[in-house]
Write a protein that binds this ligand. Sequence first.
Ligand SMILES: [Zn+2]
Length: 84
Amino acid sequence: MKGKWPSLISGCNGQPDITKCKRKSSCIRCKTEILKDSICVDIPLAGPGFTNNRRYCISCFQAILAQTRKELDHLETSLNNSSA
Ligand SMILES: [Zn+2]
């Protein structure tokens, strides 16, 4: 087996891109304004025939990370339970 392992994060839609905002935009979740040159997170969203970025502010991204961690924990627990 060569190369990188697929991951649940980078496998389907691509990795979140933590980046400096080039122009003023807003978080798609909480609608907070993201000012030029402040840090935002672009999460690629692949759809049929197109790729769209969803832009989040830092605090929404932290909530997304927390949720992701929770789901990972849940998967791990389910796996441990089913192999016990
Ligand atoms: Zn937000």
